[in-house]
Design a protein around this ligand. Sequence first.
Ligand code: MF3
Ligand code: CO
Ligand code: CO
Length: 256
Amino acid sequence: MNISIKTLEEIKKMRIAGKLAAEVLEMITPHVLPGISTEKLDQLCNEYIINVQKAVPANVGYKGYEKTICASLNNVICHGIPNEKKILKDGDILNIDVTVIKNGWHGDTSKMFLVGKCAPHNERLVKVTQECLYKGIEVVKPGAHLGDIGHAIQTHAEKNYYSVVEDYCGHGIGSVYHEEPQILHYGNKGEGLELKEGMCFTIEPMINQGTKYTKTLKDGWTVETKDGRNSAQWEHTLTVTKNGCEILTKRNDEHQ
Ligand code: MF3
Ligand code: CO
Ligand code: CO
């Protein structure tokens, strides 16, 4: 395995791309309301990235994907394709995942939205999944192992009677969208690659109310839970620092 270590100059560029990706999610937040289509949300993000940020929407053309965001509703785990017929309704839970390229460097992030008034079980899924992301981030520092991240996430998910999706994972990121290493959201402490200052990767746990099993629809993209129950995901891009890590895609609505 050849894991790239980014220089300070490169991390500066990752910081810019990460900030832009976070700002797309901030921009779209007030639009995520009952009655809007996921296609319209995609259009708004596309125009913002191109016209305001003067950046590139990384998903467009990626392995044949045609949209700017992934919009994954309720029982969709990830890679939901925006569509004018998918209209948000009261009580939906939605993940929007966006990646921006600026000056050749990537920032990849996603968040969950509670559309209107949601059932307590959905609110709890969304909240616990965000906690899983933060618990994974908390253990990142030089000398820690990838298994420590997976273990922190899996422990919190299972304590809450949820399951961790194993078929998709986080990834190294930089001038390449998806690079080594794979970041599993389950695992054992002390196992796997040792983290080093300057590594950049995403953590993006997908947590299910029911079983961990997935199925991909005939469109070749949309990944749903096999049992039809709901799933949530949150994603950040981060870099390993001397003492811990820096979240490159942090939004203003997050504390610290
Ligand atoms: N942003 C996703 C990730 O977190 C990948 C989306 S690929 C797409 O890695 F083609 F579906 F957009
Ligand atoms: Co993403
Ligand atoms: Co990602």
